[in-house]
Write a new protein. Sequence first.
Length: 271
Amino acid sequence: MAFRGWKWLLLLGRQNTLAKVWRSRRGGPSLCWQRCCHWSSGKPLAPEVRAFLEENTEVTNSGHLTPEIRLRLLTPRCRFWREKPDLWPYGDPFWAIYWPGGQALSRYILDNPRVVKGRSVLDLGSGCGATAIAAVMSGASQVLANDIDPIAGMAMILNCELNHLNPFPITIKNIINSEAGNWDLIVLGDMFYDEQLADGLHHWLQKCIRIHQTEVLIGDPGRHQFLSHSIHSQLHKVIEYSLPESTRQENYGLTSSIVWSYQPSDSLDDS
């Protein structure tokens, strides 16, 4: 099975497994910057993992919306584009795909650095780390990347190195449903692919906004699960980007990706 077929599984089927993991890994007590840093510039990667990732991904800055950012991704020139998915030893590599929602968020931040400049930013479900990298490049005072896959955390460090950045703090805990963190801005892309997970995100983001007046930006190319969720009625469209042809081909007909601002009504109950 080629990776194109594998990506289809990730997009439609295996994402349900990831959603269950997100839901099962409940957040603990309040998470602060210092206590949730599982990876940092001072922690070396396991040599065998680094070697595997470097051998089985390609460094690229083409075919997506942010050519300023170099990333290690799975491309048609990689072995696992053609290999059977079960031969990949580290679980489904969601992080090795630059999803359309993340592309739109990263493009918007690079074009509008005032959105993050001097602010604390949480990149939720960070994946390859592109949006967190865009925030650092644009002058954010603090950036925390969050993904429940530890291999994603390792890939983010490699991607920071590619872009000549010191790795930002990374946590691999599920912080959804934890105590609301005090961030100026939360960004998340391509996370609304499962109804129960979307419900949890909706509730938690609402709480962050109510308690800390956090700003929330969401990137999504218009998937049905996102457009049909109740959160959609509380979103303001910020900007829409036309996707590059290669991204369109890899995402089965999606032609654009949108950045949304989440602005729930003050009357909403977060209980």
